[in-house]
Design a binder for this molecule. Structure first.
Ligand SMILES: [Zn+2]
Ligand SMILES: [Zn+2]
Length: 444
């Protein structure tokens, strides 16, 4: 099999300006392009203009580099950091082909390039150059697996047309989960929604290039199918299962797993039981991700994150008034004064899947984990693996949340994997530790 191409949706707009360096030609035609060009929506479809030459087409355009090694293009005014305080526009440089396609009335600029080139770019921008080779290779394999699974899914969605629900709401229960929705005219977008991608605007890191090259074509598979290889920052000592976080589908390679080479002593690991969860979360069990080694943490966390390395076990305190306002703002539901938070159902890692919010006006159960984390924080709580203690104060009570871990806890634990790499485990050992029963396979 040849190295697959991935189609990345970089930007959308009424009119898109770009500059071609080297020569590009229209697919299946002899027309050559170079220099400043634009694409814009027209009544019939899309108008492509380069210098004084103009083409119009209902379907769209595919511009292919005449020499894939040297051909480059620059997209102007790409918005980055959408909805973040640092949102701004910048020019970005890309290698590979450039497509202009219409989808539900929007004009999209799409970069089609080899999966391996794409991985070098995204892993260079998200991982530190000080990471161990084992950690970088493990990341390359799970990113590649996710991508190839995404390309497959995209092809099957175009033939199936299924409807898919992620929200279940009654009067006293709201259960929803958040997964990546699917794009239709490309495989992934260039934003944080899928994975941040800026083409070759910034240089790739030599160690990342090596990690990608040395694992080229390698993915994780289970029974011959590419794994949906998830990862999160810190599992908290035990990983969660897929169906407790997203849709109710069991993936045999995403199971409950102690993040260590042996079970920690003195703890019951039936973490869906309230007593065991309490002992676990208030305790300090040994685990790969139970680390405060700055050199190791710096491989996974950026500088800002390193200032807060209390993610393995953490604590948040709200006054009753604060909690009441927070829940009202975040849910849009008036619970009256919040008088209690009651765990209803926990997953295998101790993460709450359902939490009952009891107010003086209304009582409601919410889930799954991300809904709970969004409801109880201005951004999100580190995780939903927490216990609640009420502390009486003069004018009511405080709510103290004691928690464990950072993120959904499914699949690879990034801090744990960084520690394993530092201890000398190979990338295959790291992957087989987190994805039990999965196999490394070379697909091309
Ligand atoms: Zn996306
Ligand atoms: Zn972990």
């Amino acid at each position: 099999m040849e190295t697959p191409l991935i189609k990345v949706g970089v930007m959308a707009g009424e009119e898109i300006f770009f500059t071609i360096e080297g020569n590009y030609h229209l697919e299946h035609s002899p027309y050559n392009f170079t220099g400043e060009c634009s694409a814009r929506k027209s009544e019939m479809g899309i108008i492509l203009q380069c210098g004084s030459e103009k083409w119009e087409d209902t379907e769209g355009f595919k511009l292919i580099p005449s020499n894939p090694e040297t051909g480059k293009f620059i997209l102007h005014d790409v918005t980055i950091g959408i909805n973040f305080h640092w949102e701004r526009k910048e020019d970005q440089v890309f290698k590979g082909s450039l497509f202009f396609l219409l989808e539900s009335g929007n004009l999209h600029a799409i970069n089609a390039l080899s999966v391996e080139d794409y991985l070098m770019s995204v892993i260079s921008s998200e991982m530190s150059a000080t990471s161990s080779m084992a950690l970088l290779k493990a990341h390359a394999v799970i990113s590649r697996s996710w991508l190839l699974a995404q390309i497959q899914k995209n092809q099957s969605l175009q033939t199936e047309h299924q409807t898919y629900h992620t929200t279940f709401r009654t009067d006293d229960e709201l259960i929803r989960w958040y997964d990546r929705e699917d794009h239709t005219c490309f495989d992934v977008c260039a934003d944080d929604h899928c994975q941040r991608y800026q083409g070759i605007t910034r240089a790739t890191t030599p160690v990342v290039e090596r990690a990608v090259r040395e694992t080229s074509g390698e993915i994780l598979a289970f029974n011959g199918l590419i794994c949906d290889a998830r990862f999160s920052k810190c599992c908290g000592g035990v990983t969660e299962v897929f169906e407790n976080v997203w849709e109710p589908v069991n993936h045999p390679y995403l199971q409950k797993m102690v993040d260590n080479y042996l079970n920690p002593e003195g703890f019951s690991l039936d973490l869906h039981h309230e007593d065991s969860a309490r002992q676990w979360i208030l305790g300090n069990p040994e685990a790969f991700c139970n680390s405060s080694d700055k050199n190791v943490l710096g491989q996974v966390l950026n500088d800002y994150d390193q200032e807060t390395n209390d993610f393995y076990r953490w604590k948040v305190v709200y006054s009753q008034q604060e909690l009441t306002e927070l829940v009202k703002n975040r849910t849009g539901i008036d619970f009256g004064m919040v008088i209690n938070l009651v765990p209803v159902e926990r997953g295998v890692s101790g993460r709450l899947m359902k939490l009952k919010i009891i107010g003086t006006n209304k009582t409601m159960t919410i889930g799954k984990e991300l809904e709970i984390r969004k409801t109880l924080s201005k951004t999100h709580l580190y995780s939903s693996a927490f216990i609640v203690e009420k502390q009486a104060v003069e004018d009511g009570c405080n709510f103290i949340l004691y928690g464990a871990g950072w993120g959904h806890g499914v699949g690879l634990c990034q801090i744990g994997a960084a520690v394993m790499g530092d201890k000398g485990y190979g990338y295959d050992e790291i992957l087989y530790h987190y994805f039990r029963g999965a196999k490394l396979e070379r697909r091309y």
